[in-house]
Write a protein that binds this ligand. Structure first.
Ligand code: ATP
Ligand code: MG
Length: 566
């Protein structure tokens, strides 16, 4: 087991499991499941649930199932099933031979429904969906009993079988649990457990035209699979009495449902429905757009599974909903990449520099360190020549006091190379824009130190112009301007808060030639700029396209310091 997955701090869920092991509640077993509905791609919130369910199984030497909760044929699709499997695997988890579908249990569930009818605990109801809503009452008023509630067992059995047989139109009848229309918990007011839908299902085809509801399906699927701890998000807390009711009435094996707070992340949205809208309406380029909080988007952006698991560890699990700052997620990937990503030099906004006293046609191969955090990653050669590019921002013609980088008459260090001094600024005569700097270098400063001990205040990155590879770089910012875009002002939509600068494409960036062989998915630190990954979709051999994963600025560390200081 990787280092980060050994014993975790005791949160309230792990404490419950510890206790259950002590009392031998489930015969020493720990068996969890991750139950996505295949109606969209997984997001970072699901990663929290995956890390929790699979993580707990690993820690306790137990098992975790992957189960598709596929009870709604209208919204589900095989594309989503495949993407979910890929994402769980990529996060580093394995369901072994325990891949299940709720639809595999349709026959069993049908028989359980028959059992309920025979016990007088379920009835066929002819109220329309609108009437059911009306009869349901409110939080302050009890519901009204359906006039069909008193049907005989025989009639219910007959009608339910005919519902299955396809005799009735969609929406004309439902099967409902007979519980308590006066219950203070609305979920207990005779909830619908089967509905008629004349729709093909992506796995069962035309076999069924009645489909079980989530609450009925979920507890029984957990029971059938022998799950011990059924971990779900807080919104299901009010459904727990129903979860327990079905299992108790049917007298079957009874797992324990435990709720935890869902992950909310700032500057993004976390619902498949909203994310789906961004995809369908073209606000992003797909579910795997690197700005999306989906696992596929984060992967394409260059996030590592280690960073995401670390993030899930750090946020932990609690009983209260809260909003996590996206800066923490960025901090986690920075932390991981700092240890493992190779350093390279790349210039995003190039400014040409000619070293006047450097011989025409001469090229030197200078030694550059691949990762100062990890000497085992070794070194590489970078070519130096008379014509270079530096970052436009690293030069100012009339620098203010605190600007220590290059200016007229100033000397700076070029990383791994020499001290250079700016001797002339060349401008476009028409526009007045600076198009070139003329510099001189000091041959005695090779490697970046002056034998006479003189100091410079800045070290700049650079690339040799004739050797550089010209590439496309995509810079990303938060997808939303507002920390909580679902907190919508009157008359607006969450889409009104999309950041218009969330994607910026730079077409003529210059990077060192070693990047010509960079492979899809490979990650680098561009010195002084940030972490970048080779886009797996749009890159071509010899022509990588780079996605910026994160800048080097760690806003989380700043937030943390502020908090601990105040
Ligand atoms: P969404 O609201 O994004 O559509 P969902 O809850 O409908 O999500 P499911 O496919 O039903 O999505 O979720 C699978 C599992 O992931 C469930 O156990 C659910 O509780 C959990 N999950 C979903 N969103 C989050 C989240 N933001 N944080 C933690 N767990 C989550
Ligand atoms: Mg759901």
């Amino acid at each position: 087991m990787p280092e980060d997955r050994k014993k975790k701090p005791r949160d309230f869920i792990r404490s419950i499991i510890d206790q259950d092991l002590k009392t031998n509640k489930y015969g020493g077993r720990v068996h969890t499941r991750f139950p996505p509905e295949p109606n969209g791609y997984l997001h970072i919130g699901h990663a929290k649930s995956i890390c929790l369910n699979f993580g707990i199984a690993e820690e306790y030497g137990g098992l975790c199932n992957l189960r598709f909760d596929d009870t709604n044929p209208t919204k589900e699709d095989i594309e989503y099933v495949e993407s979910i499997k890929e994402d769980v695997r990529w996060l580093g988890y394995d369901w072994g031979d325990r891949l299940y579908y709720a639809s595999d249990y349709f026959e069993k569930l049908y028989n359980y429904a028959i059992d309920l009818i025979k016990m007088g605990k379920a009835y066929v109801c002819d109220l329309s969906p609108e009437e059911i809503k009306e009869y349901r009452g409110t939080l302050t008023e009890p519901g009204k009993e359906s006039p069909y509630r008193t049907r005989s067992v025989e009639e219910n059995l007959d009608l339910f079988q005919r519902m299955r047989g396809g005799e009735f139109p969609e929406g004309s009848r439902t099967l409902r649990a007979k519980i308590d229309m006066a219950s203070p918990n609305l979920n207990m007011r005779d909830p619908v457990i089967y509905r008629i839908m004349h729709k093909e299902h992506h796995r069962t085809g035309k076999k069924w035209c009645i489909y079980p509801m989530y609450d009925f399906t979920h507890c029984l699927s957990d029971s059938i699979e022998g799950i011990t701890h059924s971990l779900c998000t807080l919104e299901f807390e009010d459904h727990r009495p129903l979860y327990d009711w079905f299992l108790d009435q049917l007298g079957v094996y009874h797992p324990q449902q435990i709720e935890f707070a869902r992950l909310n992340l700032s500057h993004t949205v976390m619902s498949k429905r909203l994310l789906g809208q961004l995809v369908e309406e073209g606000y992003v380029r797909g579910w795997d757009d690197p700005r999306m909080p989906t696992i596929a988007g984060l992967r394409r952006r260059g996030y590592t599974p280690e960073a995401i698991r670390d993030f899930c560890d750090r946020i932990g699990v609690a009983k209260r909903d809260s909003m996590v700052d996206i800066a923490l997620l960025e901090h986690c990937v920075r932390d991981d990449l700092n240890k493992h990503a190779q350093r390279v030099m790349g210039v995003l906004h190039p400014l040409k520099v000619v070293i006047e006293n450097y011989p025409e046609g001469q090229v030197e191969e200078l030694d550059a360190i691949n990762n100062p955090e990890d000497p085992s990653m070794g070194a590489r050669k970078v070519p130096f020549s008379r014509t270079l590019y530096i970052e436009r921002d690293d030069f100012m013609e009339d620098p203010p006091k605190k600007f220590y980088r290059l200016g007229p008459g100033r000397e700076v260090r070029l990383r791994y190379a020499y001290f250079v001094k700016c001797v002339e600024v060349i401008k476009d005569p028409k526009s007045g824009q600076i198009i070139e700097l003329r510099c001189t270098y000091d041959p005695a400063t090779k490697g970046g130190n002056a034998p006479d001990g003189r100091k410079v205040k800045a070290t700049l990155h650079w690339v040799s112009a004739p050797h550089a590879l010209t590439v496309e770089v995509r810079l990303y910012e938060h997808l939303f301007l507002k920390p909580n875009p679902t907190d919508v002002e009157e008359g607006k939509s969450f889409k009104d808060y999309i950041n218009p600068n969330s994607l910026q494409v730079l077409n003529s960036c210059h990077v060192e030639p070693s990047l010509k062989g960079a492979k899809p998915g490979e990650r680098f630190q561009f010195e002084r700029i940030g972490y970048f990954a080779v886009d797996p979709v749009d890159s071509r051999p010899g022509a990588p396209v780079f996605n910026r994963i994160v800048t080097l600025r760690d806003t989380w560390a700043k937030i943390k310091n502020k908090v601990s200081r105040s």
